[in-house]
Design a protein around this ligand. Sequence first.
Ligand SMILES: CC(C)(COP(=O)(O)OP(=O)(O)OC[C@H]1O[C@@H](n2cnc3c(N)ncnc32)[C@H](O)[C@@H]1OP(=O)(O)O)[C@@H](O)C(=O)NCCC(=O)NCCS
Length: 151
Amino acid sequence: MAATAIRPGVPVVSAEVGYPDPVATPSFPPVVLRNGLDGVSIGRIQTFVPPGRALPPGTFDVGIGLKENARGKGYGREALALLTDWLFEHAAAEAVEASTDPANVAMRTVFRKAGWMPAGSLTEVGREWVMYRITRREWEAWRRQRKPPRP
Ligand SMILES: CC(C)(COP(=O)(O)OP(=O)(O)OC[C@H]1O[C@@H](n2cnc3c(N)ncnc32)[C@H](O)[C@@H]1OP(=O)(O)O)[C@@H](O)C(=O)NCCC(=O)NCCS
C-alpha cells in the first residue's frame, strides 16, 4: 500500500505490506501504521472475516486501532482512506465495510470523512453495532470529488 498524503498538514501515514493474493485472501495480516515523520509505530489496520458471518466475494471488512497517544491527530482518517483506496485499486473490492460501537464518535466521524455511509446495524457478540460501508461506485464518486481529474 503506497503512502500518500491525503490531508495537507497531516504527517503521512506509511504502511508497507506484501499481500500474497488479495483476491483469494479476504483476510489480510494487519498493516502496521507508522508516523511518516519519524517512522514510529502508531497502530494497525487490517481486513478480516468476521467470525460466523461469511462475506460475499469482493466484500472486505476492516478493523483499525491506534495507540492512545496517536489518536485525534487525523491518522485514523488517513489510514482508512489509504486502505480503502488500496482495496478498490488492487484487491478487486466491490464493497468495504466495518462496524463500530454506536457511541464511538471518533470512528463514526472517520468513516464519514473517508466517504463511507451508514448501512444499518447488526447484533454481534451480544451487542448492537452500527455498520458503515462504501461501494465501488460510491468510492469512484468520492474519489472524483476528492481529487479533480488531471487536465
Ligand atoms: C477510532 C480511531 C481509529 C479514530 O482515529 P483518529 O486518528 O483518532 O481519528 P481522527 O483524528 O482521524 O478523526 C477523529 C474525528 O472525530 C472527532 N471526534 C473524536 N472524538 C469525538 C467526540 N467525542 N465527539 C465529537 N467528535 C469527535 C475528531 O474531532 C475528529 O474530527 P475532525 O477530523 O473533524 O477533527 C482511533 O481513535 C482509535 O484507534 N481508537 C481506539 C480504537 C477504536 O475505537 N477502534 C475502532 C474500532 S471500530
